[in-house]
Design a protein around this ligand. Structure first.
Ligand SMILES: Cc1cc2nc3c(=O)[nH]c(=O)nc-3n(C[C@H](O)[C@H](O)[C@H](O)COP(=O)(O)O)c2cc1C
Length: 177
């Protein structure tokens, strides 16, 4: 696929057909994502694919809002950061997550970022379990010392998302004198 088409085609997609996601496609997208840059080349980001559907769907309860789309996803990739490796671990991880989402488009897959970070499982209860701890409970293979930035929900799109609103170039693209 043309580079510009990959970028245009990537949309946050929250409904999937249920068609199984091939492991080889996840592997190929993750290998490309590893080429994302990192501060001082610290390579602090780790990716963990989850293909067991019971676990993928359980990840949908990592928050009580904005994460239930994982309950019908065909796979998930957890974006992990080694905070000891770089104080910029979150930025490094975000760059890799975005590269991964573009690589997934190139594999014919749709995805959506589900944020974890500092969120709690219950939006209105600051004492509720941390979403990161919940994710680590569902996927115990995650090394305790790694932080969880996000879970990327993956599947075959069940619909074609509407195009993004019109280009607002004059507001957001500036040229200095
Ligand atoms: C940092 C970040 C966090 C996000 N968190 C969520 C989320 O938790 N749940 C969700 O459904 N979408 C989430 N999204 C997707 C955004 O809602 C989406 O990118 C935005 O609405 C623009 O739509 P588009 O991705 O289709 O262009 C997140 C995106 C980013 C970049």
């Amino acid at each position: 696929m043309e580079f510009r088409d990959v970028i245009r085609k990537r949309r946050s997609t929250r409904r999937y057909t249920g068609k199984p996601v091939e492991r080889e496609k996840l592997q190929a997208a993750m290998e490309l994502a590893l080429l994302a840059p990192s501060s001082k080349n610290t390579r602090s980001t780790r990716l963990m694919a989850v293909t067991n559907l019971e676990k993928v769907h359980a990840l949908g309860r990592l928050r009580d809002w904005g994460s239930s789309l994982l309950e019908e996803a065909g796979a998930a990739i957890i974006i992990l950061g080694d905070k000891e490796a770089s104080p910029m671990w979150e930025i490094n991880a975000a760059l890799m997550a975005n590269t991964l989402q573009l690589a997934l488009v190139d594999e014919g897959l749709a995805s959506c970022w589900v944020h974890v970070g500092e969120y709690r499982t219950l939006q209105d209860d600051p004492e509720s379990q941390r979403s990161e701890d919940y994710v680590k409970e569902i996927v115990p293979e995650i090394p305790a010392e790694y932080r969880v930035l996000a879970v990327i929900s993956i599947g075959y799109a069940d619909y074609t998302p509407k195009p993004l609103p019109e280009y607002e170039g004059p507001e957001r693209i500036l040229f200095a004198e």
